[in-house]
Ligand binder design. Structure first.
Ligand SMILES: *[C@@H]1O[C@H](CO)[C@@H](O)[C@H](O)[C@H]1NC(C)=O
Ligand SMILES: *[C@@H]1O[C@H](CO)[C@@H](O)[C@H](O)[C@H]1NC(C)=O
Ligand SMILES: *[C@@H]1O[C@H](CO)[C@@H](O)[C@H](O)[C@H]1NC(C)=O
Length: 375
């Protein structure tokens, strides 16, 4: 548990945890920030009114100019998670059991209501591969958005990578120029904002905390690992006699794809590895897992059937692909329950012609398509 965050936890979280007795509030208190993605202009509300843990509020008060980046980081992470998993049984649905349980009765302040409901619900504290992906992609999202802001010149504490200026290789015909992304500040901020300080990784919650901390860092390492170099040519008529190069982060889509592969090859913490993890601070050579591996503790549920208590929606009603052999195929996605077929009518503009002068004339074309949804 994040002891430091406990006193400041909103009533909602405590109430929610008491009723469901499922999730350690320390974990959720630290993750309410994802709700910021749903605020248009979080700066207007101020740090105190945003769904943040007390530790995050302190950091926010010291650096309020980072709020747009925090919001953008949450948006990036959530969007990428949904995109990477859109064809799978667990489709990174951002929902929570608390929404339906509390929406009518809890009189939360208006500022806190959209974000105070823990996003993701079950997956945030289940210690599964899905938990691992969420933590990694969110930590990476923060690095990405903060670094973008640094490179845009919006920050006094960070900027483009100045170490690279004036360097390069004249003999090879290139030099550093433009703005190289410097992820150091973004990495620092993501750590400060997300990593619950812990010196105690014994006990059940401790294991989960150690796992989450590792996966946060794995997400950040993915951003670092996928840094690349872009160049632009100069010289007479594209001769490329001289090149200007700069370091740049990969698109967040690429980072999401990389993390999805890490998710598919994620490592279950056996008791043996767990012991090694615990020894980590004493003897760093004993780490059995790589820094950028995703780790999980518990096997995932199959996500086939709805579980309201855990906030698992199940796959009933999801659209599936009758001819696909993959995860989006009706067989796998519908967990063998079969599917319904509806005919859907599409209307579009077609056979467009340019008419002199000056407009385009089109016909309306109708087509029918079969849509399959899981039973
Ligand atoms: C930088 O600041 C400007 C003006 O406030 C804003 O429009 C822009 O979106 C910011 N860019 C980034 C990457 O944060
Ligand atoms: C660590 O946590 C365990 C179980 O939660 C507790 O019994 C122990 O006293 C804690 N140790 C320290 C140093 O806080
Ligand atoms: C369904 O899957 C097949 C085979 O993977 C693919 O070619 C097709 O584009 C998919 N259809 C849709 C509507 O996604």
């Amino acid at each position: 548990m994040d002891r430091a965050a406990l006193p400041g936890l909103p009533r909602l979280c405590v109430l929610w945890a008491t009723l469901l007795a499922l999730f350690p509030c320390g974990v959720h208190g630290n993750w309410m920030w994802l709700g910021i993605a749903s605020f248009g202009v979080p700066e207007k509300l101020g740090c105190a009114n945003l769904p943040l843990s007390s530790r995050q509020k302190e950091l926010c008060k010291r650096k309020p100019y980072l709020l747009p980046s925090i919001r953008e980081g949450a948006r990036l992470g959530i969007q990428e998670c949904k995109s990477q998993f859109k064809h799978e049984r667990w489709n990174c649905q951002v929902s929570s059991p608390a929404v339906s349980i509390f929406a009518p009765s809890v009189a939360a302040p208006p500022a806190a209501s959209p974000g105070a409901a823990p996003l993701f619900g079950y997956e945030l504290s289940s210690g599964t591969k899905e938990t691992a992906f969420i933590y990694a992609v969110m930590a990476a999202g923060l690095v990405h958005s903060v670094t973008r802001s640094c490179s845009a010149g919006n920050m006094t504490e960070c900027s483009c990578d100045t170490n690279l200026q004036n360097g390069g290789s004249a003999t090879e015909g290139w030099h550093w120029g433009g703005c190289s992304d410097d992820i150091q500040y973004g990495m620092w901020f993501s750590r400060r904002f997300l990593d619950v300080p812990t010196r105690n990784t014994t006990g059940k919650d401790g294991k989960l905390l150690a796992m989450n901390l590792h996966n946060n860092e794995a997400g950040r390492q993915a951003v670092a690992k996928l840094m690349s170099v872009d160049c632009r040519c100069h010289g007479v008529s594209g001769s490329c006699a001289v090149k200007t190069c700069w370091k740049t982060m990969s698109s967040f889509e690429k980072i999401g794809h990389f993390l999805k592969e890490k998710y598919e090859n994620s490592v279950q913490l056996s008791d043996k590895v767990k012991r090694k993890m615990r020894r980590r601070e004493k003897d760093p050579r004993k780490i059995a897992v790589r820094k950028d591996d995703l780790l999980y503790i518990n096997k995932s549920p199959n996500y086939c059937v709805e579980d309201r208590k855990l906030g698992i929606p199940g796959t009933q009603g999801r659209e599936c692909n009758r001819t696909s052999e993959g995860a989006d195929g009706c067989n796998l996605l519908c967990c063998g329950r079969g599917y319904n077929t509806h005919v859907v009518r599409h209307v579009e503009r077609c056979e467009c012609k340019f008419v002199w002068c000056c407009y385009v004339r089109c016909r309306r074309c109708e087509s029918m398509a079969d849509v399959h949804t899981c039973k």
